[in-house]
Design a binder for this molecule. Sequence first.
Ligand code: IYR
Length: 217
Amino acid sequence: MVPYDQPRRTVDEMTQRATGFYELLNTRRSVRSFATDPVPQELVERAVMAASTAPSGAHRQPWTFVLVGDPALKTRIRQAAEDEETENYQGGRLPAEWREALAPLGTDSGKPYLEDAPWLVILFEQRYGVAENGDTIKNYYVKESVGIAAGIFVAAIHNMGLSTLTHTPSPMAFLTRILNRPENERPFALFPVGFPVPGCTVPDLTRKSRDDVLIVR
Ligand code: IYR
């Protein structure tokens, strides 16, 4: 064990910081129309390193982030994603109930942001680890761990003034193939990262109130 001394703050200071953090996060929106303007790779890497501070089961850190900036690779990913989504939206693979739930978001099989955004960050979960000697290492609470890392990533991107979308093309096995990832990894989510296109619009959503999400006993 090593010492850990988190600075003790006054309640006033904590209230200010808590309010500021909430207000910052409450201005975040998922963006589906990206400008093609470049974004320095280092900025995206910083968000990944923030995400990689996430707590994880038995501290296995069961995640891999793949940064894709290569236009040819982005094109392949867009094509593969649109092929799958065409099956979903036009081929009847999306059940009616799901289709209705998505209607307010205005999504369809077209995914131009997969080429427009300067970066695609694909987050893989490691279902198990692999030791140097090839032995399999058990991972714990993989979905929970990777989900927390994804949340921190989204917050880090927003905090630095960039936008993203938590995109889950379905099914997403094509990402394993195109990105040549090993057998122990499964795609968890894909995040286009960049600036919103000028004039960008987002769905007119409201968030649940305190009383809708919080119970105190
Ligand atoms: N993967 C599809 C459908 C979709 C599903 C959910 I749940 C969303 O919140 C949004 C879209 C698509 O990307 O269009």
